[in-house]
Design a binder for this molecule. Structure first.
Ligand code: FAD
Length: 304
């Protein structure tokens, strides 16, 4: 009950445009630097180098939400293309994650598709894999429509499916040939579309992971839940799933010991590295997921 209230509170804060605008002026505060790489791409590259030296690969996410004008969306598109070009000059293995609302999805779907088409063309030229993050349910159908069109130009594009959605398994089967990141889901969704009970979501998540792994298509298992990770490892061992058809993914700053254990066991581990000025919404969603994450914020406050 208390967890539900805290979750709703932080998710509410995460969607406040005004707070995000203030946060841009403050710079990384409240301990956000534990989980956000910094404000610039150079900061992200420094983090990527350090992770690489620990056997980890990366996904860059240039943070940005609350885009209300075509100019802002075009700016975000250019920033994504610049990120791809920069990644291409680095010897490190780095993917790119994007959010369609940052690229104008709430303004006009065709305009967003055009922006994504430009990003995907740059990604194809430089052979950088692009993953479209999944946002709240309002944008779900549009995201899948855009994905389908983009995959006709470049197969190195995938997306995310959220196990809390009741119809996620049906969609997983339709996307059986698409490289997918599977997650439990980070937003607050209605009971009509999303399971609310943790045990049901966990079970659905595990079934989705094993279903996609059996297809032999690339599967990113994005979770900090050691119980799910242990079950997946038992499954892949028992079913001789080749280790180059999946990877574990973690958010930057979360469970570094578990990341290292997996690397030492020979599994591929990729770290999602967010950077940029728009850190506030991302930081609030992480606090919503796990009340214990508030310790980041408390430590951050005490340091000031
Ligand atoms: P939880 O259900 O939060 O935790 C389960 C259990 O794991 C806990 O009870 C605890 O025992 C243990 N645990 C979890 N975290 C910790 C910790 N920090 N320290 C110690 N023990 C811990 N969501 C989206 O909706 N769209 C996306 O595009 C998206 N992309 C993501 C990308 C990555 C790489 C990751 C890792 C997550 C992403 N998410 C995304 C968020 C995801 O949906 C979940 O909200 C988030 O990962 C929390 O769920 P969990 O699976 O980690 O486990």
């Amino acid at each position: 009950m208390i967890h539900q209230m805290t979750r709703s509170f932080f998710l509410f804060l995460s969607s406040r445009t005004t707070l995000n605008t203030f946060a841009q002026k403050w710079g990384l505060k409240f301990g956000a630097s534990h989980i956000v790489a910094g404000q610039t791409m150079n900061d992200a590259l420094r983090v990527a180098e350090s992770l690489h030296s620990q056997g980890l690969t990366c996904i860059f996410d240039h943070l940005g939400e609350f885009v209300h004008s075509k100019e802002e969306a075009r700016e975000a598109t250019n920033a994504a293309i610049a990120t791809i070009e920069r990644i291409a000059t680095s010897p490190l293995d780095i993917h790119l994650s994007v959010k369609l609302t940052q690229l104008g999805l709430s303004i006009d779907e065709d305009f967003c598709l055009q922006n994504m088409t430009d990003i995907v063309a740059a990604a194809k030229k430089h052979q950088v894999f692009v993953c479209i993050d999944m946002e709240n349910y309002t944008h779900y159908e549009q995201t899948l429509r855009i994905l389908e069109k983009l995959r006709q130009q470049n197969e190195q594009v995938g997306t995310v499916l959220q196990a809390y959605l009741r119809h996620a398994m049906k969609d997983l089967k339709q996307l059986h040939d698409v490289p997918l990141r599977l997650v439990k889901g980070a937003y607050k969704e209605s009971e009509k579309v999303a399971f609310q009970k943790k045990e049901i979501i966990d079970e659905h998540f595990y079934r989705m992971i094993t279903t996609h792994l059996k297809e032999g298509v690339f599967t990113a298992i994005a979770t900090h839940d050691h119980r799910i990770i242990e079950k997946v490892i038992s499954f892949v061992q028992k079913n001789n799933i080749p280790t180059d058809t999946f990877e574990f993914q973690f958010l930057y700053g979360f469970r570094p010991n578990l990341q290292q254990q997996l690397v030492q066991q020979g599994y591929a581990v990729r770290i999602y590295v967010p950077f940029g000025k728009d850190w506030f919404g991302y930081f609030m969603r992480r606090l919503a997921e796990r009340p214990q994450n508030i310790s980041f914020a408390m430590r951050g406050l005490l340091q000031r």
